[in-house]
Write a protein that binds this ligand. Structure first.
Ligand SMILES: Cc1cc2nc3c(=O)[nH]c(=O)nc-3n(C[C@H](O)[C@H](O)[C@H](O)COP(=O)(O)O)c2cc1C
Length: 177
């Protein structure tokens, strides 16, 4: 049930050495490809990295909060083509990345969304530019995020959801709430 999966999902940044199989990656992406997109455009692409050296290099794409990618069994870059979906490429990519993380949870693995927007590589280059070169992508591609994936190597309790009463409104926004 979806509620069980969303309750189980946490950001996992510690992974065991167990390999992520090609079959796992296939299952994850098969689920992900059901994600909706604006006008049903097919703008999102997935670049799967499993090679240890590539993962290590990738983990340095920004100066903070990405280092654990080197210990992941795999990472998937979610990228989208601005030519195919000029106004919604990033929204399409975000929805796909969300499906992807839930798919990872569904097959019993762990993941973390590692962000790219506004991030900077140690050379001073933007993380987006660094990643475009790293993946050999043309200018029309936007790299939305890297999803680090692996066998779970840390225990995390269930995350408390945001408070329903605080965030849900009826009919219109209520300033006094
Ligand atoms: C848009 C977005 C960007 C994020 N960027 C990073 C990141 O760059 N590095 C990281 O370690 N975690 C990142 N996270 C993970 C969040 O910190 C995490 O989802 C949040 O603290 C809630 O914890 P949970 O995922 O365990 O429920 C990101 C999550 C989202 C949704």
């Amino acid at each position: 049930m979806l509620l069980d999966i969303v309750k189980k999902r946490r950001s996992i940044r510690r992974f065991t050495d167990e390999k992520v199989s090609d079959d796992d990656i296939k299952k994850i992406l098969e689920i992900t490809l059901h994600a909706p997109t604006a006008k049903n455009r097919n703008a999102v692409r997935y670049i799967v990295v499993k090679d240890k050296n590539r993962l290590e290099e990738l983990s340095n794409y920004k100066v903070r909060n990405a280092n654990f990618i080197k210990d992941a069994g795999a990472a998937i870059a979610v990228v989208s083509d601005k030519n195919i979906a000029p106004n919604t490429y990033y929204q399409d990519a975000c929805i796909a990345a969300t499906f992807l993380m839930l798919a990872v949870t569904d097959i019993g693995l762990g993941s973390t969304w590692v962000n790219v927007v506004d991030a900077v590589h140690e050379s001073g280059k933007s993380a987006k530019d660094f990643l475009r070169e790293f993946f050999d992508l043309d200018e029309n591609y936007d790299v939305e995020c890297i999803i680090a994936i692996g066998h779970i190597g840390e225990e995390k309790s269930q995350r408390k959801p945001f408070d329903y009463k605080e965030v849900v409104y009826e009919d219109k926004y209520d300033k006094t709430k």
